[in-house]
Design a protein around this ligand. Structure first.
Ligand SMILES: [Zn+2]
Length: 438
């Protein structure tokens, strides 16, 4: 085997990474059993399962020498103080909540890797290049409480509170049972009036690093285990409706039909045609409904969703313009009317050049000498970094997910890849430690 490029972390026995990876895999299994549903994984914000995984994460944080607290938004935090009392912290983390019938690694892996990174950095005898303990900054591990937005339909609630971006209108969002965010806070034992206390200022943070499984097949296709993330996709979401005329399915000849479902179907195909011809622009129609929805009636109305993501906001917007023009043409030809309501918009978040660089050096330290530069990918999926990026620089590491399936029970990552990822992530922290604090 060729020797890996030298890193800043020395004095950590190589088998420590494999041991830590096995512990992470076992704990991903353990957390997967904390679920609202028997036989599948569902863990939503402010639920009894949320409280249980916070307790487990807190226990594991204390085990590696951190002091712990749950913040005002239900995020579980662990702190390893710097020698200097008021030194800022480098935040490491991800989220512990899930979608319905989830996999066991999305988010969870990043939290456990952050905890194990702290353990590795504290291995007796670990020499951190020019960066020796006591740290020039503290390390705070964040297990965010709501990234997926499964319960209240609004994603990133946990990290938004940490970024000081809480929106007062969110208190009135409701779950499927009509329980508001405000009520759920009280039920969970949190005081809505103290939400501001969860906020971190820019001065309190050095940066934010997150490891996450890739939610696509790119690394697997390239036979590479790890990638530096360049940016987190910008997104826009629309609810579209098409209006035609509901008439008898038997008695209406084709030349008299104004079939709203066929208009919407053609629109969905146009989205695929336009987006697949573009680099890094992804459009998906995930919901489609026809009204009145009877077997013997030509659909007079159709509603569908459009999710648009792209590496750059301008390109995403240009693609939306093209889709709009095509929809005008399709609906005009079919004598239908259409309108769109925008329900979500988020700009792209560009990862910090310095943190991309330390992540690349971290990955480089796992590669044989003389290897090509580490892979860089953009993330079409959203992450907590999107909100944390408003207060501090963000860096991300992707780990290979065979087949790329995610938000699904088949989501996977291998223990050897986790060991490599952990080495890269810990190296990245050490490299950041060798740079000035601000
Ligand atoms: Zn995630």
């Amino acid at each position: 085997m060729t020797a890996a490029a030298p890193g800043r972390l020395t004095g950590i026995p190589p088998e420590a990474f494999a041991t830590a990876a096995r512990r992470i895999m076992a704990r991903c299994d353990e957390l997967s059993r904390v679920s609202a549903d028997d036989g599948s994984i569902t863990r939503v914000y402010l639920s009894p399962e949320h409280a249980r995984v916070n307790r487990l994460a807190a226990e594991w944080m204390r085990e590696v020498g951190m002091t712990t607290r749950m913040d005002a938004a239900g995020n579980q935090l662990g702190l390893l103080r710097a020698a200097e009392k008021d030194a800022p912290v480098l935040m490491l983390g991800s989220h512990l909540d899930t979608v319905i019938d989830a996999g066991r690694f999305d988010g969870i892996l990043g939290v456990l890797m952050a905890i194990e990174t702290v353990r590795l950095l504290r291995v007796p005898g670990a020499e951190l290049g020019s960066w020796r303990s006591p740290f020039p900054f503290g390390i705070e591990v964040a297990a965010f409480s709501d990234e997926e937005g499964t319960r209240f339909g609004k994603a990133l609630l946990g990290s938004s509170a940490v970024a000081g971006q809480w929106d007062e209108s969110w208190w009135d969002l409701t779950d499927a049972d009509g329980i508001t965010v405000r009520e759920a806070y009280r039920e969970f034992g949190l005081d809505p009036g103290r939400i501001g206390e969860a906020a971190h200022t820019s001065e309190q943070l050095v940066g934010y690093l997150e490891a996450h499984i890739e939610q696509g097949p790119e690394l697997d296709r390239r036979s590479e285990p790890l990638a530096v993330v360049s940016s987190i996709a910008s997104a826009r979401r629309f609810q579209l409706s098409v209006e035609g005329e509901a008439r008898h399915a038997g008695g209406t000849p084709y030349d008299m039909r104004r079939d709203a479902l066929l208009g919407a179907s053609e629109a969905a195909l146009a989205v695929e045609r336009i987006c697949s011809a573009e680099h890094h622009i992804i459009g998906t129609v995930g919901q489609l409904e026809a009204f009145p929805g009877a077997v013997n009636v030509v659909p007079g109305e159709a509603k569908f969703s459009l999710d648009l993501r792209g590496e750059y906001d301008e390109k995403r917007d240009a693609v939306w313009q093209r889709i709009s023009r095509d929809l005008d043409e399709i609906m005009g030809r079919r004598h239908l009317r259409w309108r769109a309501r925008e329900v979500h918009q988020a700009p792209a978040l560009f990862c910090d050049p310095l943190l991309q660089d330390v992540m690349a050096q971290g990955i480089g330290s796992t590669l044989p000498k003389g290897s090509a530069e580490p892979v860089t990918l953009f993330s079409p999926a959203g992450h907590d970094g999107m909100t944390i990026g408003s207060v501090t620089p963000v860096g991300m590491l992707f780990l290979r997910n065979p087949d790329g399936i995610s938000h699904h029970p088949d989501e996977a990552v291998s223990a050897p890849d986790v060991a490599l990822g952990l080495r890269a992530f810990a190296e990245a922290v050490a490299h950041r430690g060798a740079e000035p604090v601000s």
